[in-house]
Design a protein around this ligand. Structure first.
Ligand code: ADP
Ligand code: MG
Length: 492
């Protein structure tokens, strides 16, 4: 134990040791079952659950050979000291873009170390780092940190060299230096540079200055820098294409280094919003990641389940079912892995010996419900009010709800909580949005000569939705809404 530990803490720790010993020696067998005993008793289902989490980067990516080889063929230029073409990677979520790109960059860096070619890959997730300032600052700081390490190593080398040269004049023969003084001068100049290498603050500077700082940091040593911008569509959506414009024209001004960009996008159409120059520069090479089909998902799950589950922990229909569900969900491998992990967790909670088909079905329901809850929770207040109006009507047994009915209840809810009242036109739009999110179902029906109307119904479970809506601080203030609903003739 650390000597600085206050005396009090030390005593507590010792008491604790004694208690554990007591338990083990005397009471172990006749102890009553505690909270965790039951849960511990079941055979564990998982061998290593981490392997199923999104943060894990697999070493093998079945059915992505073609895309991985394409990337490698383009990036190998970096190992020859040339500038690789920029690459744009497209594909829906869960098609293995991030996993493949990370795999390729790990291999690239590994090989570059082996052959001592200066090549680095910098990964940025633009969903998190979503402004030009922050992207540039993060890149600047990464390169500044590397430059510091470079200088430190170089200074150590040169100091050792100077030391040797003082005893042995031939020590400088194969070097760029003619005298010990020159070596010492170089060390001093490196140390001066080192002094100036300060991190860029994460806010507060003019963006130009951050860019210059980043530019100088990259160019400080000879290298090829591959900058990987994942979820690049989020960056463009939030902050426009300035960052990409600046990055894509850097090479013409860099002296020592070269920059190459890999952009990864979930949105196939995001280049429509780009400046044409950026678009052509960024899209020098394009690689598409198609959705997986059910068989491919099954292979992927088989690979991952070998190390994540205990042997024989899965009944034979589990993987095919997970694969089939995820294939319906646009071939999303993330969804397939989530399903498998959740099914395993449900089996564990049941203290079952194996995961079965029914665990997968329950996992599917649970994930779907979690999704709905999340979508509803993050709706804007006005949409929540519209949804609440529909929910109130459904709860009172009104079927085939029409827009006018929703609007009436909506207005009263707005009054109740002092919210702005939107026009019926806007409310109709919000209903369409809820329809697109899969929360309500709105079908247009023809009423003959009375024209067309919408029939609206809730497509999510009433209870859970109500709970999420009422958890909203504003909607929570709504008192009893029953009197709002007037009986309709067609329900009598
Ligand atoms: P994307 O970036 O296209 O949204 P990811 O690369 O994050 O998708 O993949 C989603 C999940 O599926 C990750 O956990 C990833 O490891 C896994 N995955 C995707 N493709 C494969 C594959 N071919 N083999 C093994 N795991 C995969
Ligand atoms: Mg991704």
């Amino acid at each position: 134990m650390d000597d600085n530990t206050p005396a009090d803490d030390r005593r507590t720790a010792r008491d604790f040791d004694v208690e554990i010993d007591d338990v083990l020696d005397e009471d172990a067998e006749d102890d009553e079952d505690g909270l965790f005993d039951d849960l511990l008793r079941g055979e564990p289902i998982f061998e290593n659950k981490e392997v199923l989490r999104p943060s894990y980067t697999p070493h093998e990516l079945p059915h992505r050979n073609e895309q991985i080889n394409n990337m490698a063929t383009i990036l190998v230029a970096a190992l020859r000291g040339e500038t690789p073409s920029n690459i744009l990677i497209y594909g829906k979520t869960g098609t293995g873009k991030t996993a493949s790109a990370k795999f390729v960059s790990q291999e690239l860096e590994k090989t570059s170390r082996k052959y001592e070619v200066p090549c680095e890959v910098e990964y940025i997730n633009c969903e998190v780092t979503d402004t030009q300032y922050r992207v540039l600052a993060q890149l600047a700081n990464t390169f500044i940190q590397q430059n510091r390490e470079f200088v430190d190593d170089r200074v150590d080398e040169l100091e050792a060299l100077a030391e040797r040269a003082r005893d042995d004049p031939h020590a400088l023969d194969d070097t760029e230096f003619d005298s010990v003084e020159e070596v010492v001068e170089r060390v001093d100049s490196l140390l001066d540079d080192r002094e100036e290498m300060e991190d860029v603050p994460m806010t507060g500077w003019p963006t130009d200055r951050v860019y210059t700082e980043f530019f100088d940091a990259v160019d400080y040593v000879e290298r090829v820098a591959v900058i990987m911008l994942d979820e690049i569509d989020k960056l463009v959506e939030k902050s426009g294409d300035d960052t990409l414009y600046n990055l894509s024209r850097m090479n013409s001004e860099l002296d020592n280094s070269r920059v190459s960009i890999i952009g990864i996008s979930n949105d196939l159409k995001f280049t429509d919003f780009l400046d044409p120059r950026v678009k052509s520069s960024l899209g020098e090479e394009e690689i598409v990641f198609p959705p997986y089909d059910a068989n491919q998902l099954r292979d992927i799950l088989e690979h991952r389940s070998e190390t994540s589950f205990k042997a024989d922990a899965l009944s034979e229909d589990v993987l095919p079912l997970c694969a089939a569900f995820a294939a319906q969900e646009h071939g999303d491998a993330r969804r397939a892995l989530d399903l498998l992990r959740t099914a395993g967790e449900l089996a564990e909670r049941d203290q079952a010996d194996i995961v079965t088909e029914s665990h997968v079905r329950r996992a599917q329901d649970k994930i779907e419900l979690d999704r709905v809850v999340e979508v509803v929770r993050t709706l804007p207040t006005q949409s929540k009010l519209v949804l609440y109006a529909i929910l109130v009507l459904e709860k009172h047994g009104v079927h085939n709800i029409n827009t006018g009915e929703v609007y009436n209840i909506y207005k009263r809810l707005c009054d109740e909580i002092d919210a702005d009242v939107l026009t019926q036109r806007r409310v109709t739009d919000l209903i369409s949005e809820l329809d697109m999110l899969g929360i309500v179902n709105a079908v247009v029906v023809s009423k003959g000569r009375y024209g067309r109307t919408k029939e609206i119904s809730l497509s999510v479970p009433v209870e859970e939705t109500e709970a999420v809506l009422e958890a909203d601080s504003r909607l929570g203030d709504v008192e009893n809404v029953t009197p709002f609903v007037q009986a309709r003739f067609d329900n009598e």
